[in-house]
Write a protein that binds this ligand. Structure first.
Ligand code: F6P
Length: 323
């Protein structure tokens, strides 16, 4: 293998730039030519492909977002789109690609490999930390710290006014950010998609807290909770309870940006090295992951077949500590 490509796809996550840097520099280290593919599979189909070198990834390890840009590409769901992508790779003599993204991006990589024999290695880049086959995804730690920081700030004003605050964090299908930011931020209640939410039970818990001397409360709501978004849960609570002065904050895409934490930079760097060296050893259709501090390679399909869910024992920790 002489030429490889790298792309970022799907929702961006802090640390993707550190991963691009690691892929480009590892390729250079091993004497490969590395090509950056812009805007994920969309740029691949359109041939938006440029050669990269170690200096083209200088000064990005600390930057959020992705210098390659990202996109969700409908045409790549179809065989015709993938054939166009494979033709572009052939034109540039690229034999293997590293795909940085979530499980949707891996499905594309899997099909590209199966239909056109392109070497594909995935790197898990998503803030949701819901990809099977790895304990952590690139960007999760940064997003978690952003959410925790927001909760800390909201706690100040909640305490000043003796108010209940509903804080919505990201996680359409995953309560990982909610659970860990809730524990780290000392939240009274944490609502996640993995557990059914009982609004009456929530009101009762807030009331009990008041009786135990709590004057304010933080309720963390994952955006995908079954009771709705934070605004919906707050409305249900305020309509039927004495907590009429509650406030709602949606942290939203703030969690997707910002300078990656040391954890995410190191994770991205390790995974980037691992991915390129895997391609060189002839591996394909796999994803680089971390398991018990070790770099591992897992089949791409594990990403969506064995989605990571937070340990339910964490829920108990949160409950015990909000006494
Ligand atoms: O990156 C994952 C994620 O943050 C989800 O938690 C969220 O639902 C989704 O992306 C929103 O992404 P977008 O606004 O780009 O569609």
């Amino acid at each position: 293998m002489k030429r490889i490509g790298v792309l970022t796809s799907g929702g961006d996550s802090p640390g993707m730039n550190a991963a691009i840097r690691a892929v480009v520099r590892t390729g250079t280290y091993h004497g490969l030519e590395v090509f950056g593919i812009k805007r994920g599979y969309q740029g691949l189909i359109e041939g938006d492909i440029d050669v990269m070198g170690p200096r083209s990834v200088s000064d990005i390890i600390n930057r959020g977002g992705t210098i390659l840009h990202s996109a969700r590409c409908k045409p790549f769901y179809e065989p015709a789109g993938r054939a166009q992508g494979a033709a572009q790779l052939g034109k540039h003599g690229i034999e293997g690609i590293v795909v940085i993204g979530g499980d949707g991006s891996y499905r594309g990589a899997q099909a590209l490999h199966a239909e056109h024999g392109v070497g594909c290695i995935g790197l898990p880049g998503t803030i949701d930390n819901d990809i099977g086959g790895t304990e952590y995804t690139i960007g999760f730690d940064t997003a978690l710290n952003t959410a925790m920081d927001a909760i800390d700030r909201l706690r100040d004003t909640a305490a000043a006014h003796d108010r209940v605050f509903f804080v919505e964090v990201m996680g359409r299908h995953s309560g990982y950010i909610a659970m860990l930011s809730g524990i780290a931020g000392g939240a009274e209640e944490i609502l996640v998609p993995e557990e059914p939410t009982d609004v009456n039970g929530l009101i009762e818990a807030l009331r009990n807290g008041r009786q135990r001397g709590k004057k304010s409360a933080i309720v963390v709501v994952a955006e995908g909770d079954d009771a709705g978004h934070a605004i919906d849960v707050a409305q249900k609570v305020t309509e039927v309870s004495e907590f009429t002065d509650a406030r709602v904050t949606v942290i939203g895409h703030l969690q997707r940006g910002g300078s990656p934490t040391a954890f995410d930079r190191v994770l991205a760097s390790r995974m980037g090295v691992h991915a390129v060296e895997a391609l060189l050893q002839g591996e394909t259709g796999k994803m680089a992951g971390i398991d018990n501090q070790n770099m591992v390679l897992r089949p791409l399909a594990e990403a969506w077949e064995c989605r990571t869910q937070f340990d339910p024992r964490l829920l108990r920790v949160a409950r015990v500590l909000s006494v």
